[in-house]
Design a protein around this ligand. Sequence first.
Ligand SMILES: [Zn+2]
Length: 149
Amino acid sequence: MAEQTPTTHCPECGGQFTAEETCTERYHACMALELTDPDYGAVHHFTVPAYMLQHPSRLSAEGWQAMAQILHEFLVDGVSPARMRQLIQQQQKTRPKSFSMVKGMPATQPSWTWTTTIMAVRLEDPALYCADVRAWAEAVHDDIQQNSQ
Ligand SMILES: [Zn+2]
């Protein structure tokens, strides 16, 4: 009988690690599926902002705000990923070098506890996966809306 290693959780998203996986490893597993299988890749534009928003140490303060806006536009305004790329390119032309997703003042750790994390996403089936990613992204969006007034 193998001894159970104590479960720990991520200091940023609060996700509960399993014996096999941390949330970073889960994210890499998701990216691997999304980039090789279009059935999984359909929700790539939700996975990336949801994960980044829950791990603000990876972003600048402005980058975090921009990511929250991007997620809002995908979820609420229904902007397509192709249209989003155009918008970002336009924005970069009008604001050259004034803005970086990662450089500058670091984003602060949110004061709230996230409702759900990437650890709740099921990977075994693309339909379940897409539904879970969407639900997770919506929860991230709702947590931000409710807490950053
Ligand atoms: Zn995490």
